[in-house]
Design a protein around this ligand. Structure first.
Ligand code: NAI
Ligand code: MG
Length: 489
């Protein structure tokens, strides 16, 4: 559900096509190997796994399963490449990264279609948000490559070395861009592992990186599940680990890295409050609620998964929200009219369903829209819970689906206390006509990102990251450079 503003800012530049988007000229290979040292190579143990289309449950491709031995090969390739890459004139590094951005733009349709096929997200989102934003990240960090000393005046800047990067399945290409672009701009080399349900766009990005002529080993892509991720975390050859994913795995990684010299950033879960004051523009706020929780099926760490609405307007907001939910189309991700695509995996659908049961057992009232959903594939209708209390699990825990918990409040302070009362602190939203309330609330919510009268807006110049159990470190903007540099006195 890209907003019109998103479309203007990040338009990938191709025309609206009749629904559904065609898969012509979109090449998905039968088998994908590992991308190590600039070449596609078979995994040492010869094992593979399938990636499927969650909207049809059909197999898309067979993908190499990397073992610790493959990770070791990738680290060695990255270490070897680091010597030349880190000594390259920074402006030359920048040119390579610009080239990645441009090729990504040229192939944007193909990337958008594959992102929607492999992960289930609506084509309108992959086309208008994911792919153009991924290119924007490469453009942005390409520009920093030869200006690092201006980012940190008076300090000596040096790359860290080899970075191990583990990314999730909700924004597969975009998260690859968030990780790879700043690392390369700062002169590091990388080994990146995409998530097991959505490996294809990262492997396509490997093709782009090869086409851009990057020296072999500067970027290595290894595919696999949690074991492959753990092999990266536990390999002594990395100087930095960057992880985006669940708080549970984040905790495991933090323990594994304790006492090591590896620098790390962890971008974990969230349970953001979207706060609607009675003086807000209500129809706009309802759009913001819809965007906040139903964008990307609610598979968004910074999703506005809790709604806090001020009492005088609560009934009106909930009524308008229910009406709006009835207009949302759940179905074929390749159809440009689709609002909510497929749930990313069977496992995630089961997680979401278990929370639907928990919410009802806790005594909350559940409302789901009545739209039709396809017979095959993994689907969840947009859902809201009302009558919830602060201690309910549907209020405290990340569901990562199109499920919104709704609470009401009377005063500013009550809203703030409720907003801050979860273990997370990643994002938040505030809707009001009063600038003073915006300033007070954005400064008081304990979250890395707070939006005012909008939600889910992303830009490469803006730092992103959480407090409390939402993680450590920042990605994006100048802060994102710091995470990949050794800064001298
Ligand atoms: P996950 O945290 O297991 O997966 C994220 C990435 O970590 C994947 O690439 C996975 O292969 C890798 N991984 C798994 N175990 C690992 C380990 N021990 N060491 C290193 N890497 C490992 O997330 P999962 O199980 O797919 O989703 C479970 C829940 O996590 C979701 O319901 C959601 O609440 C949350 N989540 C949050 C994300 C975010 O962006 N903050 C992204 C994905 C999931
Ligand atoms: Mg898949």
């Amino acid at each position: 559900m890209a907003t019109p503003e998103n479309k203007l800012a990040f338009d990938g530049g191709w025309q609206y096509s009749p629904a559904p988007e065609s898969t012509d000229h979109v090449k998905i290979k039968k088998t994908y190997e590992l991308f190590i040292g600039g070449e596609f190579v078979a995994p040492v143990q010869g094992k593979y796994f399938d990636t499927i289309n969650p909207a049809t449950e059909e197999k898309l491709s067979k993908v190499a399963l990397a073992s610790a031995a493959d990770v070791d090969k990738a680290v060695k390739a990255a270490r070897k490449a680091f010597v030349g890459w880190s000594r390259l004139k920074p402006a030359e590094r920048g040119k390579y990264i610009f080239r990645i951005a441009r090729i990504l733009q040229e192939r944007s349709r193909e990337f958008a279609v594959i992102e929607s096929l492999d992960g289930g997200k609506p084509i309108r989102e992959s086309r208008d948000v994911d792919v153009p934003l991924a290119a924007a990240h490469f453009f942005y960090y390409a520009g920093w490559a030869d200006k690092l000393e201006y980012a940190f005046p008076g300090r000596a800047v040096k790359p860290l070395g080899v970075a191990g990067q583990i990314i999730p399945w909700n924004f597969p290409l975009l998260m690859a861009a968030w990780k790879i672009a700043p690392a390369l701009a700062c002169g590091n080399t990388v080994v990146l592992k995409p998530a097991e349900t959505t490996p294809l766009t990262a492997l396509k990005l490997a093709e782009v990186i090869a086409d851009a002529g990057l020296p072999p080993g500067v970027v290595n892509i290894v595919t696999g599940a949690g074991e492959t991720g753990a092999a990266i975390v536990n390999h002594p050859g990395f100087d930095k680990i960057a992880f985006t994913g669940s708080t549970d795995v984040g905790r495991i990684i933090q323990k594994a890295l304790a006492g090591s010299n590896k620098k790390y950033t962890l971008e974990l879960g969230g349970k953001a409050a979207n706060i609607i004051f009675a003086d807000a523009a209500i129809d706009e706020a309802v759009e913001g609620i819809v965007n906040g929780i139903f964008f990307n099926q609610g598979h968004v760490c910074c999703a506005g998964s809790r709604l806090l609405v001020q009492e005088p307007v609560a009934d009106a907001v909930i009524r308008k929200l229910r009406d709006r939910m009835e207009t949302l189309i759940v179905g074929d991700p390749l159809d440009k009219n689709t609002d909510i695509g497929a749930i990313n995996s069977k496992q995630q659908l089961e997680t979401i369903k278990s929370y639907l049961a928990i919410g009802q057992e806790e005594g909350s009232e559940m409302f789901q829209s009545s739209c039709a959903v396809p017979k095959r594939g993994y689907w969840c209708r947009p859902t809201i819970f009302t009558g919830v209390s602060q201690s309910n699990r549907v209020v405290q825990e990340e569901i990562f689906g199109p499920v919104l918990a709704i609470q009401t409040f009377r005063t500013f302070d009550e809203a703030l206390i409720k907003a801050n009362n979860t273990p997370y602190g990643l994002s938040g939203g505030v809707w009001t006509d009063k600038g003073s309330k915006i300033f007070k609330m954005t400064q008081s919510i304990r979250a890395g990102v707070v939006w005012a009268n909008t939600f889910n807006k992303f830009d490469p110049t803006s730092p992103f990251g959480g407090n409390k159990e939402s993680g450590v470190g920042r990605e994006g903007g100048m802060h994102g450079l710091d995470a990949y540099l050794k800064l001298g006195g």
